[in-house]
Design a protein around this ligand. Structure first.
Ligand code: AMP
Length: 418
């Protein structure tokens, strides 16, 4: 027997109400803020991600599903959504449209991680990107939208963490400060961090190994080494958030696991669950579009994991609204009845009424039990007597009341009431 690959999960019918609920709320919030949907391929040229996410990141070095196709193209299953959206933005000349271009997506994301609760090798993200505007107003709006989305789902137990990781101008100086700070501490660092120290010292701040976490405690703070532009941007963002009454905490060790971020980074953390259980996160990536070959174009985005949201909804005791149940179940006994059942079902469906037809030769009792279990409001019963009379029996499954009706009348009785 085959099983789903490690780190993947089937999303069974019983879970779908949550997913539908989350998607509906996501679409509503995107409409409120003027975002348009985009879908991009599940795989891209591997170089797109190496270039944008960064060579020194875990995502690229350890987690990317990278493969050659039969024509020797080096491809990767997308390990995140932003790079693909930026690639599409450039490929389709969206830079010529009014800016910022506001786009949202639902995407399956692939990362070869160690599976655990809320951490999969294939997970699903809802994300949004606002490309073509540098103002911190947009940072505040994206953050407000992300929080508004979680609240619209009924979630309340989370905090917003904020940091600024500077830009091309001020970062080199800060990175040197980090290297100087960490140099005498190398014996306490993990092997990965020792290797990262030369190439990508920012990554040391969010290493989850205890030795590295302890070392990061006293590390210099990025927000204290920002250039004037980054400093003013961060200050303005804080002012906007305060004006919007959005509570935040500054987390000096928040750097996010992708290299393309500049200035603002943020994460939404559930109150319980630790630093590896983020509900969502995002930030500015003002250099990414130009690194991918476009002109200098500031941008900011946000993404959240659908599986994490389901987990948090369940933890907070929030139930998704029930999915629509079929209106009618048609039970039939005997061969002639089967034909009438199929025709009646077609008629009703054409009138927009949802129908399940019993198939097979089970007893009426068994068929009505099934009508109950699928949650149908009505059962239409067709047996020999009904065939003889040219009528059908209509049973209200809640009250068990039954009436014999002309099949032509069913649409009127069951259809939308004016
Ligand atoms: P990231 O692209 O790493 O910032 O991830 C964005 C969001 O996706 C995170 O905040 C999580 O909610 C979710 N996420 C990231 N990695 C995983 C994973 N391996 N399994 C499930 N959800 C994930």
């Amino acid at each position: 027997m085959f099983k789903a690959p490690r780190g993947t999960a089937d999303i069974l019918p019983g879970e779908q109400a949550y997913w539908q609920y989350i998607e509906d709320k996501a679409v509503s919030v995107c409409q409120l803020y003027g975002y348009q949907r985009i879908d991009t391929p599940a795989f891209e040229d591997a170089g797109l991600f190496t270039r944008s996410v960064g060579e020194g990141t875990d995502i690229v070095n350890k987690e990317m599903y990278i493969f050659k196709d039969r024509s020797d193209n080096e491809l990767a299953l997308r390990p995140e959504g932003t790079a693909s959206v930026c690639r599409a933005y450039l490929e389709h000349g969206m830079d010529n449209l009014p800016q910022p271009m506001k786009l949202y997506y639902f995407a399956d994301i692939f990362r070869y991680e160690r599976p655990q609760a809320g951490r999969y090798r294939q997970h699903h993200q809802f994300g949004c990107e606002a490309i073509g505007e540098a103002s911190p107003m947009l940072d505040a709006e994206v953050i407000q939208m992300a929080l508004g989305f979680f609240r619209s789902l009924g979630l309340t137990q989370f905090t917003l963490q904020l940091n600024s990781i500077g830009c091309k101008q001020c970062r080199p100086d800060y990175l040197q400060k980090l290297k100087d700070y960490y140099a005498p501490l190398t014996p306490s660092l993990c092997d990965d961090c020792r290797a990262r120290l030369a190439k990508n010292p920012l990554r040391l701040l969010d290493c989850k190994k205890p030795g590295c976490q302890a070392a990061a405690e006293g590390a210099p703070r990025n927000s204290e080494y920002l250039c004037k532009d980054c400093h003013d941007h961060f200050d303005a963002l804080k002012t906007y958030l305060e004006a919007l009454e959005i509570e935040y905490g500054i987390n000096h060790r928040l750097v996010r696991g992708l290299d393309y971020y500049t200035k603002t980074v943020f994460e939404i953390q559930p109150l319980e669950g630790g630093s590896q259980s983020a509900l969502g996160g995002g930030g500015r990536y003002d250099d990414l579009i130009s690194e991918l070959g476009g002109k200098s174009t500031p941008a900011i985005g946000f993404a959240t994991g659908m599986e994490r949201i389901v987990l948090n909804l369940k933890n907070q005791g929030i139930e998704a609204p029930e999915q629509v149940k079929p209106a009618v179940f048609i039970a039939c006994m005997g061969n002639s009845a089967k034909i009438v059942a199929l025709k009646t079902a077609s008629d009703l469906r054409e009138a927009g009424i949802s129908v399940i037809v019993a198939a097979g030769d089970r007893s009426l009792k068994a068929q009505l039990r099934q009508a109950n279990s699928v949650g149908a409001t009505y059962a239409v019963i067709i047996g020999d007597d009904e065939i003889k009379e040219g009528m059908v029996t209509l049973r209200n499954m809640l009250t068990s009341d039954q009436q014999v009706v002309d099949p032509e009348e069913l649409k009127r009785i069951l259809g939308p009431q004016e």
